[in-house]
Design a protein around this ligand. Structure first.
Ligand code: TXA
Ligand code: MG
Length: 321
């Protein structure tokens, strides 16, 4: 039996030639499906079909000024839709396939305006997850896929999370638990400058090591700094109020620990930041499902992928901008 879900109308399916063909048929029909990637699950649709893209915005309740990432199977496909100068190309060659999204100038070549929120730039990513690449390759066109969660909520790191999020008829390809567990690093690479727009598993240090170029960090308060429209919003939030840098909790609260700060859940008893990133959204969802008065999180060292973890936590706490 293929379907792992016992709920009527919803299907979590294992990946094989039959489910791949179903996903392609869904894409050609302008419908959506749950796409596994190594970062988080995406809500995938044909990036060139404005009707499909409109459905993504509607289903997620996402503001239309917030553009989507177009997922491509390799650099050649990326190059059809975006203009890669030497710097952007160096990044792509060094990292892809990877949890790295590169924003470049857009070619007027098929990805619809709505997917790019009318900007003259486009965000492109070659995912590392082999199933994702295989589906894109077979489809032959970019798949627009935001994280498969209601806008502002916690991103899904398993097929089950996607089902919990949308609870309606949707094919979800089960690619297992996401290896990274945090959304991709987003960088803009235009006019030979690299700016990190969103922190992720690929760090500034990784970028320096691979390209010799020190990236800037987007500055929300500087008019001239490149920015990511999505980063000015409150994001990644559980329902319960969230507090960072805690080492204890009160009654009816949940403590998510790290290392020696044990907690009700522990992101990584050995204080491994990569393991902590992979567990973060799962534990936030589990903690939230207990309807606690508050979710408290132990201090996370602000190095490596810990920078991305702290970035997501601080956005989950922030008031809407
Ligand atoms: O890991 C990921 O990136 C996941 C998986 C599914 O690939 N996707 C994801 O998509 O996180 P989403 O839509 O949740 O976040 C995309 C981010 C948003 O902050 C958006 O504003 C930014 O990328 N973005 C998209 N196009 C952009 C552009 N042209 N310029 C600047 N930022 C852009
Ligand atoms: Mg998202």
């Amino acid at each position: 039996m293929q379907s792992l879900s016992y709920l009527a109308g919803v299907s979590i399916e294992t990946f094989n030639n039959i489910t791949k063909s179903r996903a392609i048929a869904i894409l050609k029909n302008g419908e959506l499906f749950g796409l596994p990637t190594e970062t988080v699950y995406g809500l995938g649709g044909d990036a060139t079909n404005p009707n499909a893209i409109a459905k993504i915005f509607a289903l997620k309740n996402r503001p239309q000024f917030n553009p989507l990432i177009s997922h491509v199977c390799d650099f050649e496909m990326a190059n059809e839709y975006g203009v890669f100068d030497e710097t952007a190309r160096a990044l792509a060659i060094a990292f892809w396939p990877a949890p790295l999204t590169i924003v470049v100038s857009r070619r007027d070549n098929g990805v619809c305006d709505l997917a790019c929120a009318g900007l003259d730039t486009i965000a492109l990513r070659v995912p590392r997850h082999a199933m994702a690449r295989e589906i894109i390759k077979e489809f032959g066109k970019p798949i627009a896929a935001p994280s498969a969660n209601i806008s502002g909520h916690i991103s899904p790191t398993s097929a089950r999370h996607v089902l919990d999020e949308f609870g309606q008829e949707l094919l979800i390809i089960d690619g297992g638990e996401c290896e990274i567990g945090l959304e991709s690093t987003v960088v803009s690479a235009i006019d030979s400058e690299i700016t990190i727009l969103r922190h992720g598993a690929i760090s500034a240090e990784d970028i320096v090591n691979a390209t010799g170029i020190k990236p800037k960090i987007a500055n929300l308060h500087d008019e001239n700094s490149p920015k990511s429209p999505g980063m000015s919003l409150r994001h990644y939030s559980p329902n319960a109020p969230l507090f960072m840098n805690c080492d204890k909790k009160n009654d009816l609260e949940v403590l998510i620990g790290f290392g020696d700060t044990l907690g009700d859940f522990n992101l990584s008893p050995n204080a491994n930041l990569i393991e902590a990133a992979a567990n973060l959204y799962k534990f936030l969802r589990e903690a939230d499902s207990q309807c606690p008065k508050a979710i408290k999180i132990a201090p996370i060292p602000n190095i490596g992928i810990g920078i991305a973890i702290n970035d997501r936590l601080s956005r989950a706490i922030a008031k809407s901008a």
